[in-house]
Design a protein around this ligand. Structure first.
Ligand code: BDR
Ligand code: CA
Length: 321
């Protein structure tokens, strides 16, 4: 069976790195590109980190830099207290010699989706600015993407940056509103489910044991993330927001969905809230329940394979050289 083509739009970011390595390690997925966005870090840091992750996995796929700022609001500060000053906990700036694709993210996305009409799943796990720009640049793209699987939002639960808003939507509410108003196949993996999916230090140690290189890196950066969550929820775990979105692509049956037309509050106290829309718009498949244990086990099983998959990629690179 052919692999599912996937592009991840990302602001790496600790849980972004977990999501990307999950995608690289999963044999049913063909991760064909990364596009970067401001959010957890500045966009230049996001691009450097994404390039470094492709190096680390020996998968030299294109990385294309996207927006540095939101469509309309003044940018919020990067969430260094969650992800570290350089995006990977307390690790220093990663060094890579790989260069980004010369095209801006929305052009790269349009070109790549048009090259494989109906075949590409686009998975944004950061603010939605690049996706809104993609729609403005090429409105027909909505019919050419296989589906959009978004990590973001808090529909029937509290937010994580305010009582109302989830970080990715809050960082560019106008972009999210533009995306939810468009007529395309959309799924939302938001805090309604991701706030129930967690891993602890022993989980990451188990990945590091099987895959000392990539798993060891994930274990190392998880320490900072677990410390952050301990400071706010009092438990030594971290929430698996971004990996859960990618896992919903490979293991949809772990989630239960409800079709809900959505809109975003773009000003005032509730800015960034994802609410039920009374307007006539295409419903979003919103994940409302999850088998959290199953998702956690899938994440661990796949990431334990990371070094083995990397060795296979090394062989392919060597034979192509
Ligand atoms: C989202 O915000 C970021 O901090 C994470 O990477 C994730 O994409 C969770 O609200
Ligand atoms: Ca993210």
């Amino acid at each position: 069976m052919s692999k599912q083509k996937l592009i991840i739009d990302t602001d790496p970011g600790i849980d972004d790195a977990m999501a990307i390595h999950y995608a690289f390690a999963h044999e049913a997925l063909d991760l064909i590109g990364l596009t970067t966005i401001f959010g957890n870090v500045f966009v230049e840091q996001a691009t450097r980190n994404a390039l470094w992750l492709t190096d680390q996995a020996s998968r030299p796929i294109p990385v294309s830099q996207g927006a540095a700022t939101p469509l309309a609001i003044t940018p919020n500060a990067p969430s260094h207290y969650v992800h570290g000053d350089e995006g990977f906990g307390d690790l220093p700036a990663m060094i890579t010699t790989r260069l980004a694709d010369p095209r801006p993210a929305h052009i790269f996305l349009a070109d790549t989706i048009r090259a494989y009409p109906g075949e590409v799943i686009l998975c944004p796990i950061g603010p939605l600015t690049n996706i809104a720009r993609l729609l403005d640049h090429d409105p027909a793209i909505a019919t050419l993407v296989k589906k959009l699987v978004i990590m973001g939002g808090a529909v029937d639960c509290a937010g994580n940056v305010s009582a109302f808003a989830e970080a990715n939507i809050w960082n560019d509410p106008h972009a999210a509103e533009r995306v939810f108003a468009a007529d395309w196949d959309m799924e939302l993996i938001g805090l309604d489910v991701t706030s129930h999916i967690s891993c602890d230090a022993d989980d990451f140690l188990s990945i590091a044991k099987e895959s000392p290189d990539i798993g060891g890196f994930l274990e190392r950066i998880s320490q900072f993330y677990i410390n952050f969550y301990h400071s706010i929820i009092g438990r030594h775990v971290c929430l698996m927001h971004d990996p859960s979105a990618v896992i919903s692509i490979t293991d949809e049956t772990a989630f239960e969905y409800e079709n809900i037309p959505l809109e975003v509050v773009c000003s005032g106290e509730r800015i960034g809230a994802t609410i039920r829309s009374q307007q006539k718009r295409r419903p979003v498949r919103v994940a409302k329940a999850v088998n959290a244990k199953q998702v956690q086990e899938i994440f661990l099983d796949i990431c334990k394979q990371s070094d083995k998959i990397k060795k296979q990629s090394d062989k392919i690179q060597a034979s192509n050289a």
